[in-house]
Ligand binder design. Sequence first.
Ligand code: BGC
Length: 714
Amino acid sequence: MRVKVIFPLCLVLVAMLPAVAQAQVDRMSLEEKARCVVGIKREDFPPTNKGICARTAPFPAYNIPTLALADGSSGVRLSRRETDKATAFPSNMALASSWDPGIAGEVGSAAGYEARGYRIHVFLSPGMNIIRNPLCGRNFEYFSEDPLIAGKMAAAYVRGVQANGVAACIKHFTCNNQETNRSHVNTLVGDRALREIFLKGYEICVKEASPWSLMTSYNSLNGLPVQENHDLVNGILRGEWGFDGLIMTDWSISDHNTAAQLHAGNDFFTPGSDKQMQDIIGGVKDGSIDIKDLDRACSNIVRLCDRTARGELRPVPDLSLGAVASKKAACESAVLLENNGMLPLTSGGKAALFGVRSYRLVATGSGSAYVVCPYVRQIYTAFSEAGVGTDAELQDLYLKYADFASADIAYNEKVKVSIGLPLLPELDLSRTFIDKVAERDDYAVITIGRSSEEGVDRFLEDDYYLSETEKKLIENVCEAFHAKGKKVAVVLNIAGIIEVESWRSLPDAILNVWLPGQEGGSAVYDLLVGRSNPSGRLALSFPVDYFDCPSAMDFPYNHPKEGKNYDQTSYSEGIYVGYRHYDTRNVRVSYPFGYGLSYTDFEYSNFRVKKTGKGVSISFAVKNCGNKSGREAYGAYISAPERGLDKPARELKAFGKTTLLAPGESEQVRLEIPMSSLASYNEEKGKWEIARGQYLVRIGANVRNPLLEGRFRK
Ligand code: BGC
């Protein structure tokens, strides 16, 4: 009875929020409203707040507090200085490989808890653009090449953050898929690709998790800056999807049209300038700005204050909680790519740890996503903490080299230096030396690392492709160890896809841990020795070669300074992004979407496909038939009937992961696919349509390896 009374009362109070906010805004002067949407200048931040990236203005007379905005993507970014620390979590690209939105939710919740404890109201995370091309410098901040995975992961992350009374901010809306000329590039995207691929993840996240804020991107879309696109922002985002939060612009663009940005639906101008204040005041006075747009923006800011800034103050966070969540997520996100009987390591013995990243792990990416974390657990220390012997001479050599190279790079700045982490070239070891190491040690682990950052795209040479030194290192270590009957594992500590085809057959195992966060080293150790059973599956495809990628030529891969792919990039691949291209056109890949190995085996049975009122219900059983506990990720791929609009060979429409199953244990799985998710966007008619006929459902995470098959009719 009590619940019945309280529940409607809550709804009434929430429904009243816009009216209350509007009443507060009505009392403001024009200057105050302009200040409200432009915020406080950085110079005027309280001294304790230099690390955050924006603040809204407080208006004590109207009971409107200030909001603090801090960066994110891999954790709360409090400062560029080594002072305020927060947990570094695995990057979003890693989290997506868990194929478990629950993991993204736990990380969101742990990051939100830290944000709240540090008095942050808006956490500028998660990034959630589609991974369109392997070289985008910020791919590591994004989830997947598939909009369903991106949308579901982002939704879970947002719910986790917001459960702490902190606003998540999904970004960068939309089609911001390259960093080269990111502020002005014009992306040409057809309506179908826009709706089905580039907007879909946002749509899912907005409808399922109601994020309290969103950031519009710098780029233009089909000739119009996204930030000035009324049909997209106020129309699709607010109107069609019902987004009811605050919309802010991406940072520091002074050449946009303030009136158009405001009218399009942006509420907060970051970081805010005097020019924008004057534009707004002048615009309202001369009639080029409708006061209703300004009032809407101010009420959305006030409403965000009500959502985030009125709860109890929490103590400074206990970072040990974040560390636990970070390690768990790193283990769940790792993808075992190869294993010819080497892993898990059971026989003990002494390890030869090669590669500078075995000693200087890339925990997070750089740019605004870089997190100043309390420590980074290194791979070599995780081995020694577990009492496993490692090669002392190698350790000494690499540590000296890492210190020398970092100092040298920072000093002469010849090599690109990220805010967080210098790119360390790999050390060139002689074959004679490697032979000696192979003689005395029992097995080798080579770590290959890649960082990446905002504002610049990745390079093909020495980045997407391994450097000559790295190739030689893998070849020589594999030859030397194999000659002695000893095994070699490669650990990938990477911010994005790299070329693997030319060398992946050389080592005995390849474990990809992405950018695994501050606990990366101990996660690597646990995975190698089988304390944790790898259960990650790729949420993006590894092509055989960069030029197999559908957007290869329509991307600034050679870093042009002007012209094609600099001023304008055509998304000519349409909806055929990632596996939708490789799979439909039978292009061989090194590792397909959904691929990943385990230390155990699973069996699928009891398959049922049933049409329900709203869609299709699928059920099946998954049994662990191996001899190690493990989790199994699964997906449901749908092939549409061949009529109506052309369709990819198959598309992921539902996915999930079992709980940890002990050997012999089974789990009954149920997946629901709403009929509406089978629709394609007909750009000529401007509407969604579902083809009639027979649909094929295939079960299995790996898009190329169906384990069960069934059919239903629409
Ligand atoms: C980035 C955003 C970031 C903002 C604040 C911009 O340059 O694109 O992702 O949140 O800076 O640091």
